[in-house]
Design a protein around this ligand. Structure first.
Ligand SMILES: Nc1ncnc2c1ncn2[C@@H]1O[C@H](COP(=O)(O)OP(=O)(O)O)[C@@H](O)[C@H]1O
Ligand SMILES: [Mg+2]
Length: 366
C-alpha cells in the first residue's frame, strides 16, 4: 500500500486542464483524497498517451503543488471516466484489457435502447420501465393510440438534448420542443396523419425512442426525479452511495441540471408526499436502483459506477428513466451533500483497490 498506482482515464479536454486545475465538474482533488485513502497514487491519463505495445504511459502525477507529466508503466488498474464514440478508441481499450490491464467502466455510454432491451428481458424489473419503442412511423402511431402523453428522446442523447413531448388534450395532439435559443419551450398543434417534415427527419432519420411519459410527482407544480449513484466499492459489492432530487424548472418537463433543474436533498420529498409514503418511496427507489445495477452488471463487462434517473409517480411507484455510465457527480455538491460527493469518488477507488489486490482472476469473473 502507499506506492501503488491507479489510473484515471480522462478525455483530452479535461486532461489538458489538469495543470491549471481546470477540469470542469470533475474534481481532481477528490480523486487525490479518495486514492490516498485507498493506498494509491492517482495517475491521470488519456488514451493517446498509453503505449499498448510497450505497456508504458505518460500520465499526470502530482509533484508537490504541481502536476508533472511522467513516463511510467501503465497502471494495473484504470478507472475509465472518458467517453469514446470512436471505434478505434474502443479497440484500443479492448486490447489494453486483453493484455491484462483491468479497466473498469470500460464502456461509459450504452445506448438507451440497449439498456432498455436488457432490462425488459428481466421480468422482475420490466414492470418499472416506461413502455418504450424505437421510433418509426408505425411504432409512433401505435404509441399515440395507447398513450396520451409521450416522450421522444434520442437513443444517444444526454443532458436533456433533443428531448420532446407529445401530449393529447381535448383539442388534439401538441408537440413541445425547445426554441432555437433553447431558453423556452414551444408547443405546436400537430396533425397525427401529417407530422412536420423536420420532426419526421429528426426522429426517424436518427435513432430515437418513443416512450410513455410517467406522470412524475411534483414539487411546486414542477416534475421531479431522483439521481441515484450506484457504485461498487470495497469487496466489489454494489451499493447506493447517495441520492438527490432534481426538480424541473418552471414550465419544463425535463429535470436535467444542465437544463436548469434545481437540486435538493431527498428530505424535500416529505413536502411532495405524506411523510410515511416519502420514506417508503425512497426505500423502493434504492431497492430498484440496486437490483438494476446488479442485473446490468451481470450482462455488461466490468460496470462499477452508474448514475440512474429514477422517477416516482404520485403514489410513490418508482420508474427507471435512464442510467449514465459517466455520472456527473457534482449534483451532490450542488445539493449541499459534500460528503456524499466525496464518497462518489471514494467508492470507485475502493473498488480499484479490490481489483488491484485480487487481480485479473477477479476481473475475469465480474
Ligand atoms: N418516460 C419519462 N417520463 C417522464 N419524464 C421523463 C421520461 N423520460 C425522460 N423524462 C424527463 O426528461 C429528463 C431527461 O431524460 P433522460 O432519459 O434522463 O435523458 P438525458 O440522457 O438527456 O438526461 C429526465 O430526467 C426526466 O425529467
Ligand atoms: Mg438523464
Amino acid at each position: 500500500m502507499g506506492q501503488d498506482h491507479v489510473g484515471i482515464l480522462l478525455n483530452s479536454s479535461m486532461y489538458r486542464g489538469i495543470p491549471q486545475r481546470k477540469t470542469g465538474q470533475e474534481s481532481i482533488s477528490n480523486y487525490e483524497k479518495a486514492a490516498r485513502t485507498n493506498g494509491f497514487i492517482p495517475c491521470f491519463l488519456r488514451l493517446g498517451d498509453i503505449d499498448t505495445r510497450k505497456n508504458y504511459s505518460i500520465a499526470y502525477i502530482r509533484k508537490g503543488h504541481d502536476y508533472a507529466r511522467v513516463s511510467m508503466p501503465t497502471p494495473k488498474v484504470i478507472h475509465n471516466r472518458a467517453l469514446y464514440p470512436e471505434l478505434s478508441a474502443q479497440r484500443k481499450i479492448h486490447s489494453l484489457a486483453a493484455q491484462g490491464t483491468i479497466i473498469f467502466n470500460r464502456n461509459n455510454r450504452y445506448g438507451k435502447d440497449v439498456i432498455h432491451r436488457l432490462l425488459q428481458e428481466n421480468p422482475s424489473l420490466s414492470h418499472c420501465l416506461p413502455a418504450t419503442v424505437e421510433a418509426a412511423p408505425s411504432s409512433l402511431s401505435c404509441m399515440m393510440a395507447q398513450y396520451d402523453d409521450l416522450i421522444l428522446k434520442p437513443v444517444r442523447g444526454s443532458v436533456g438534448q433533443g428531448i420532446m413531448r407529445l401530449q393529447r388534450d381535448c383539442l388534439g395532439w401538441g408537440l413541445t420542443y425547445p426554441s432555437k435559443t433553447k431558453k423556452a419551450w414551444i408547443t405546436d398543434r400537430i396533425d397525427q396523419a401529417k407530422l412536420p417534415a423536420w420532426l419526421h427527419r429528426q426522429i426517424f432519420d436518427t435513432p430515437y425512442l418513443v416512450q410513455e411519459r410517467i406522470p412524475l410527482a411534483e414539487y411546486d407544480s414542477s416534475p421531479l426525479d431522483l439521481r441515484v449513484s450506484v457504485q461498487r466499492g470495497a469487496l466489489g459489492a454494489w451499493g447506493v452511495t447517495g441520492m438527490f432530487l432534481k426538480v424541473a424548472p418552471k414550465n419544463s418537463f425535463i429535470s436535467n441540471i444542465a437544463k436548469g433543474a434545481s437540486v435538493y436533498p431527498t428530505q424535500l420529498l416529505a413536502k411532495c408526499f405524506p411523510s410515511k409514503l416519502a420514506a417508503d418511496a425512497l426505500c423502493r427507489v434504492e431497492a430498484l436502483s440496486l437490483s438494476i445495477a446488479r442485473y446490468l452488471s451481470s450482462r455488461l463487462p466490468l460496470l462499477a459506477d452508474l448514475g440512474m434517473d429514477i422517477g416516482l409517480t404520485q403514489s410513490g411507484k418508482p420508474y427507471f428513466i435512464e442510467c449514465n455510465g459517466r455520472d456527473q457527480r457534482y449534483g451532490f455538491r450542488k445539493a449541499g451533500l459534500s460528503e456524499i460527493w466525496q464518497d462518489t469518488y471514494n467508492k470507485p477507488m475502493a473498488f480499484a483497490r479490490y481489483l488491484y489486490d485480487n487481480g485479473i482472476l477477479i476481473s475475469s469473473l465480474i
